[in-house]
Design a protein around this ligand. Sequence first.
Ligand code: S6P
Ligand code: ZN
Length: 185
Amino acid sequence: MLEPHTTILDLATGALEPRRELTERRLADLDGLFLEPVPPERRGELAYTVSLIPAPADGANLPSSTTVIRPGRVGEEFFMTKGHFHARRDRAEIYLGLSGEGRLVMATADGRTAVEPVRAGTVSYVPGHWAHRTVNVGEEPLVFYAVYPGDAGYDYATIEDEGFPVVLLAGEAEPRVVPNPRYGS
Ligand code: S6P
Ligand code: ZN
């Protein structure tokens, strides 16, 4: 059984103390998810990091993490997370926005979509059965905190194969949500 414990979360940077598991995702890890291929010279660029507060992988426990997405683009698209369904499809999740400006793109297997803001103070509920991806549409790092059931797991393959029904493109003023020309193809 876990002992009660406290982690200090820097609300501006998303850094955790003590620091435990840290995952780095570079543009090479996102190749094939953007409409345009990642240019070879950009494959090493850091896109986002995930810092975990681990908890056992069962339905009784609640792991949580902070994600920091760097500002940047590939073509007209913003830096974003890979995006996933939970392996156990019915598992839900809570996202708390901490800093920066982002969008949470969600989609069901039958093609329904929702796009919600992520910024300091937003609390987003991701219901079970909704795939989710976070996109940094701003000029600063996007930082958010996520809490989810320990047995949620990850299904990345469905998104890698089919994509999301919509993509976010840089617009003149606001980012534009447009149908993904490659969705389902
Ligand atoms: C886990 C939760 C987040 C993401 C993280 C990175 O269920 O949704 O912690 O894992 O934001 O996104 P991704 O799609 O690369 O796992
Ligand atoms: Zn998730």
